[in-house]
Design a binder for this molecule. Structure first.
Ligand SMILES: *Cc1c(COP(=O)(O)O)cnc(C)c1O
Length: 365
């Protein structure tokens, strides 16, 4: 049974002119479509009771929150990120949204927020994208970035799980995330961690991002657009970037990526890359990958490519790892062949240029 949404349509949607001007140069996360979805929850996660109610499609606009609202004090916030792509025939599709729905619920469980039925998650996205379909760009590498999120909304300063929550979906036209596929340098953070044992590393929550911003500032100051975090136990194994997973390509056909340790975010792009790599005969190894192995691989020439992946950038070639102590990686900035080939294959599936043999696409409009 699909979710019924009450429609309170925006009386002042963007004019065609304004929207088209935005779509000329969307950037990332700066402009939003005319509507948003909101669904309210009341209940008690400790007692495992509660219900989602009042599903609505309404004008995009500010939320009104009491200053004592739970999320503003104790940070009960989780989110998702996925994209809608326009295909050549004009139809609009999203990539594995049911996996985002399942992940949202794993994050919800960790942050003591309520579970949302997976169908409701996908229905909410479809409701918004179908209404604001004109906002889906059609240029090369462009998409509509969809941001579902959930917050604890109970006005109460006591420390316990919020008994009210809001699930909302907003959408923002997106250009090519990094602008180009120029390889990026990444900063190795030795001072700061984004996750620790038993913490929230595998949940997609705002708090993890808040904790990573200071490291990102350090990276920015050293000319790096992303930060790499190391594992919390050994201290010498690669975990992930602030918002992307990482892969290493060897010249003997091995593709290595850090195993999921509970402190790494289980990327859907990561999972898709693993599947595609296996199908093309690469030997995928999910295991601890140390800085020593990275350095030695570069020095011996056997480690030929490094790339990062996540929904926003899809796949971004990595050039060098930079830290106070050393720089690992080649000077020359040519993106690797395996990186670019997997990137193309994934993008072709997402944009409808290649057949979706995995059943990864869901039509939204
Ligand atoms: C969202 C996210 C990723 C990438 O996940 P995708 O599902 O591929 O977009 C990787 N790391 C972190 C910390 C993230 O929040």
């Amino acid at each position: 049974m699909s979710t019924e949404f009450v429609k309170q349509l925006n009386p002042h949607p963007a004019t065609d002119e304004v929207r088209e001007a935005v779509l000329q140069n969307p950037g990332f996360g700066k402009h939003f479509t005319d509507h948003m979805v909101c669904i309210d929850w009341q209940g008690d996660v400790e007692a495992n009771t509660g219900r989602w109610d009042n599903a609505r499609l309404q004008s995009y606009g500010p939320l009104s929150l009491d200053p004592s609202t739970a999320v503003l004090h104790y940070g009960q916030e989780i989110f998702e990120g996925l994209k809608a792509y326009r295909h050549a025939d004009g139809s609009v599709w999203s990539f594995r949204p049911e996996v985002n729905a399942a992940r949202l619920n794993r994050s919800a469980q960790r942050l003591a927020l309520p579970a949302l039925p997976e169908e409701t998650f996908v229905d909410a996205i479809r409701e918004l994208v179908a209404q604001d379909e004109k906002w889906v760009p059609s240029g090369e590498g462009e998409s509509l970035y969809i941001r579902p999120f959930m917050i604890g909304t109970e006005p109460f300063l006591g420390v316990r799980p919020s008994r009210e929550a809001l699930f909302s979906v907003i959408a923002s036209p997106a250009g090519n995330y990094f602008g180009t596929v120029e390889p990026v340098d990444i900063w190795l953070s030795r001072t700061y961690a984004r996750a620790g044992k038993g913490g929230t590393g595998s949940a997609k929550c705002g708090g993890n991002y808040a904790a990573s911003l200071i490291a990102q500032m350090e990276g920015d100051a050293h000319g790096c657009s992303q930060v790499l975090f190391l594992d919390h136990e050994r201290g010498d194994a690669v975990e992930e970037l602030g918002g992307m997973n990482v892969f290493f390509v060897f010249d003997d056909g091995r593709l290595v990526t850090p195993e999921l340790t509970g402190t790494i975010l289980e990327g859907i792009t990561r999972d898709s890359v693993i599947q595609l790599a296996k199908e093309r005969g690469l030997q995928v190894e999910e295991r601890a990958f140390t800085l020593d192995e990275w350095r030695e691989g570069v020095n011996s020439g056997h480690l030929t490519e490094v790339f990062a992946c996540g929904t926003a950038a899809v796949i971004a070639p990595v050039r060098r790892l930079v830290s106070h102590e050393e720089t690992i990686g080649p000077e020359d900035a040519a993106p690797g062949e395996v990186t670019m080939s997997i990137r193309k294959q994934l993008l072709d599936i997402q944009t409808g240029k290649a057949e979706d043999t995995h059943g990864w696409l869901t039509r939204l409009a």
